[in-house]
Design a protein around this ligand. Structure first.
Ligand code: SI3
Length: 311
């Protein structure tokens, strides 16, 4: 199973600092073992960027990632169908490997057919690019079950390649896999703290914010799962959970992800864009202490005697 964790982009804000994207690519590949990238998604604040910024960010990742990354999927979802189509076309022109689209979330589709009609129009703007539906109901407010959306989707969208599932409903996720076993769909799971459960259900990959800095750790879990060493895989997942559980209690989201990524990688991610607020110093200090106690900041340099360590 090709199941490397993909990473999300943090454009270094408030004005985008394009100059660090090359360094970012190298960091992900060399330090985290992440070679598949999902650009302009939730963590990358794609919906807070202007269309021209989104185009530029996508171009920069494709250019800097050439011959280094395996897959670059660009999120092109937008409230305006026209803008979404423009971004889809642009992704094809610059040589991206795929596009993904969330459900429009202001004037919302009220049933599966309406949602698929929207997705179909976007996919048609890039007829040669693999298409992913990005299911993230907690943020879009579109609660149509992914399992329903997948029913017959390939007949409507011939380029349909798979699902990026960012929700905790494992019944829905499991049924997406179960009902489409004969098809070669990709099932990319997006709740990092539950990835192992999703692998058991048939996830073929993962897209998540924490792979930016826990990519290496997550790859260890994927490798253990692959060799059917479920006890090790569970240990890795529990370690990751210990960290996520800790930061969730402090208040964890896109801003905090940026702060942690800056801390771990040394690459300045910059503050988030309004309406998000920069993570507090207190958060960063606490997160750093936790990362250290779990040995997540020193993979190659394990400290003796750290009983809580996870490496
Ligand atoms: C709501 C949210 O931001 N979810 C994250 C997760 O990676 C999440 O940060 C992680 O599981 C910790 O809860 C991803 O699913 C988001 C994502 O894939 C994206 O940035 O497009």
């Amino acid at each position: 199973m090709d199941c490397l964790g993909s990473s999300l982009l943090h454009p270094p804000f408030r004005e985008i600092n394009f100059s660090v994207i090359g360094q970012y690519v190298d960091y992900l590949v060399e330090e985290q073992g992440v070679k598949n990238i999902f650009v302009n998604g939730t963590t990358g604040e794609g919906l807070s960027l202007s269309i021209s910024e989104r185009r530029r960010v996508a171009e920069e990742w494709v250019t800097k990632g050439r011959n280094k990354l395996d897959q670059i999927v660009i999120h092109v979802g937008a409230l305006s169908l026209k803008e979404s189509q423009e971004l889809a076309q642009h992704a094809a022109e610059i040589g991206a490997d795929g596009i993904a689209v969330i459900a429009p979330f202001f004037l919302k589709p009220w049933n599966k057919d309406v949602l698929i009609n929207f997705l179909k129009e976007v996919a048609a703007a890039a007829p040669a690019l693999p298409f992913y539906y990005y299911h993230i109901p907690a943020l879009t407010g579109v609660k149509i079950r992914a399992e329903e959306v997948l029913g017959g989707i390939q007949e409507k969208i011939p380029t349909f390649q798979g699902l990026k599932f960012s929700d905790t409903d494992l019944l829905d996720f499991g049924q997406c896999v179960d009902q489409n076993r004969q098809r070669q769909f990709a099932f990319l799971f997006g709740v990092d703290e539950q990835l192992l459960s999703a692998l058991v259900m048939g996830a073929t990959g993962a897209v998540g914010s924490t792979y930016n800095y826990l990519g290496k750790k997550t790859n260890q879990m994927l490798e253990a799962f692959e060799r059917k060493d479920f006890s090790s895989a569970l240990n890795h997942q529990f370690c990751i959970q210990r960290f996520i559980n800790f930061v969730v209690k402090l208040g964890f989201g896109v801003s905090q992800t940026k702060a942690i990524m800056t801390l771990v990688s040394g690459i300045p991610m910059g503050p988030p864009r309004l309406p998000l607020q920069k993570a507090s110093r207190e958060f960063t200090d606490n997160a750093e202490a936790k990362l250290r106690s779990l040995d997540f900041l020193s993979f190659n340099d394990l400290k003796d005697g750290n009983l809580g360590a996870c490496s």
